[in-house]
Design a protein around this ligand. Structure first.
Ligand code: KIV
Ligand code: ZN
Length: 519
């Protein structure tokens, strides 16, 4: 029987800490719910000591996730471990993830510690965390650039102190697959007490080898891999979960190892992560890219029509891309709509279902055929939405090559009061965004503005992604509409509403609200 490889997902920590990938609490909770459905063994929910927001997010996720272990990252410091203790208090399966660097370069320039001090600190921190948690993971940061004998000593001390997983990161993505595999075999064979703990790897993608290195580690005895959805993460990212999982599944003959991941959830979670972070998946990305199952050449199309295995090593259905069996339009009823949601792996309930169905009806009035991508965008937008401090009431723009642009906007606040303003700008979007800033009396920086089409047809909806920054914090917004100016306004307002919500209600209320899923 194939041995089990454990999947430790760090999309919500290493993924989220990458520049431009921040998520609000509601978005993190939605991703966590999806990761649980995907059946990851462990999800790293955040770094509780790094900020009050991270602590609240880990707390909220620990409260709702039951079937996956929930990990909180800590430096090997008592104050970080105390923060993790608070954040993980209600987790059914809590895991404390400690890290401490072991490479000469980190010891000299970052930690300013001697090797023996690192050894002592590793041991002491595991012992301290073990007082309240039985599942401790210890990571030797920059392990690949460390002396292998020293890493074995540190791992041995961590295991003796009670760590049940030791993690070997290639923090800077420097390793080549064969040498990484050999290193993992060495660590497995030379770490004292290794039979009592799991050996994990955590590979970064600086040279594009994170997945190859993770697979080489599995072939050489690694029990756990750390990875992220769509390969998000620091710099060039982490190993991509979907690529590792599908490699093991498709090449079971070679690896004789498998995971407990429900691969039919992969596509939905990949789309969700892309939507909430605003980071698009490149079209030729393995497994989840738009072109991953597209056959362009005539000879390929013919082969696939006769027998799909001629040019496909896995099916779109195996990762949850449904066969498009019916087109929905304005005559489609609620039953057909709910059936389509189930097929897409996007079941919605209660107020979210009501809202999405109403939006679907509106859209179907404007568009002849509503595509799966349109539906997916509606559901994901609704699931991660925050309460609307500002609601769009009305807008108009006037623009042309001879004149400047002007925009008028009317917004409604939470008490139902409307506020209207007309502004001039360099273009229609600039004019409207300026008017919004005047009304909300804040001047956030627009850090990203991206506009695209959800589908490729002439009646496609425009999809706008924005990112705004204010006092060192960042919020994403997304808007869709058949009108690109309206999709831009909606995106900007959704980022503004995320900002207003976080700034006004504060940690605890925000957490309770997001856990309840109420708006
Ligand atoms: O890349 C790294 O070394 C990490 C550790 C904290 C596991 O992210
Ligand atoms: Zn990392």
């Amino acid at each position: 029987m194939a041995r089990t490889v454990y999947i430790f997902d760090t999309t919500l920590r290493d993924g989220e800490q990458a520049p431009g990938c921040s998520m609000n609490l509601r978005e993190k909770i939605e991703v966590a719910r999806r990761l649980e459905k995907l059946k990851v063994d462990v999800m790293e929910a955040g770094f509780p000591a790094s900020s009050p927001g991270d602590l609240e997010a880990v707390k909220a996720i620990a409260e709702i996730v039951k079937d996956s272990a929930v990990a909180g990252l800590c430096r090997s410091l008592e104050k970080d471990i105390d923060a993790a203790r608070e954040a993980l208090a209600s987790a059914v399966q809590p895991r404390v993830h400690l890290f401490l660097a072991t490479s000469p370069i980190h010891l000299e320039y970052k930690l300013k510690m001697m090797p023996d001090q690192v050894l002592e600190r590793a041991e002491a921190s595991v012992k301290y965390a073990r007082k309240f948690c039985s599942d401790i993971e210890f990571s030797a940061e920059d392990a690949f650039r460390s002396d292998p004998g020293f890493v074995c000593r540190v791992f041995g001390a961590a295991i003796a102190a009670g760590a049940s997983t030791v993690n070997f990161p290639d923090t800077v993505g420097y390793a080549m697959p064969e040498e990484f595999g050999n290193r993992i075999r060495y660590i497995k064979e030379h770490t004292p007490g290794m039979d009592k703990a799991r050996l994990s790897v955590h590979c970064h993608n600086d040279l594009g080898l994170a997945v190859a290195n993770s697979l080489a580690a599995i072939q050489n005895g690694a029990d756990q891999v750390e990875c992220t959805i769509n390969g998000l993460g620091e710099r060039a990212g982490n190993a991509s979960l979907e690529e590792i999982v599908m490699s093991l599944r498709v090449r079971k003959d070679l690896f004789d190892a498998d995971t407990q991941i429900d691969t039919t959830q992969i596509y939905a979670v990949s789309r969700l992560v892309s939507q909430v972070t605003g980071v698009k998946v490149q079209p030729n990305k393995a497994v989840v890219g738009e072109n991953a199952f597209a056959h362009e050449a005539g000879i390929h199309q013919h082969g696939v029509l006769v027998n799909r295995s001629t040019y496909e090593i896995m099916t779109p259905e195996s990762i949850g891309i449904p066969k498009n069996r019916m087109v929905l339009g304005k005559h489609s009823g609620r039953h057909a709509f709910e059936e389509r949601l189930r097929e897409l792996g996007l079941p919605a309930e209660g107020p979210i279902l009501e809202r999405v169905f109403a939006q679907f009806k509106d859209l179907a009035d404007k568009k002849k055929a509503v595509s799966d991508r349109d539906i997916e965008a509606l559901v994901m937008g609704a699931a991660a939405a925050v309460p609307e401090t500002w609601k769009l009431d009305h807008w108009a723009v006037n623009t042309g090559s001879a004149l400047g642009a002007s925009g008028v906007i009317r917004l409604q606040d939470r008490d139902g009061q409307t506020k209207k303003l007309v502004t001039l700008g360099d273009g229609p979007i600039h004019a409207i965004f300026l008017a919004i800033n005047h009304i909300i009396k804040k001047d956030p920086e627009l850090e990203l503005y991206e506009i695209g089409a959800i589908t490729g047809d002439a009646s496609a909806q425009g999809e706008t992604m924005v990112k705004i920054g204010w006092n060192g914090r960042h919020w994403n917004g997304r808007g869709i509409s058949t009108d690109i100016i309206e999709s831009s306004i909606k995106a900007y307002l959704s980022a503004i509403n995320a900002m207003e919500w976080e700034l006004s209600v504060g940690g605890t209320a925000m957490q309770e609200d997001a856990v309840r899923g109420g708006v």
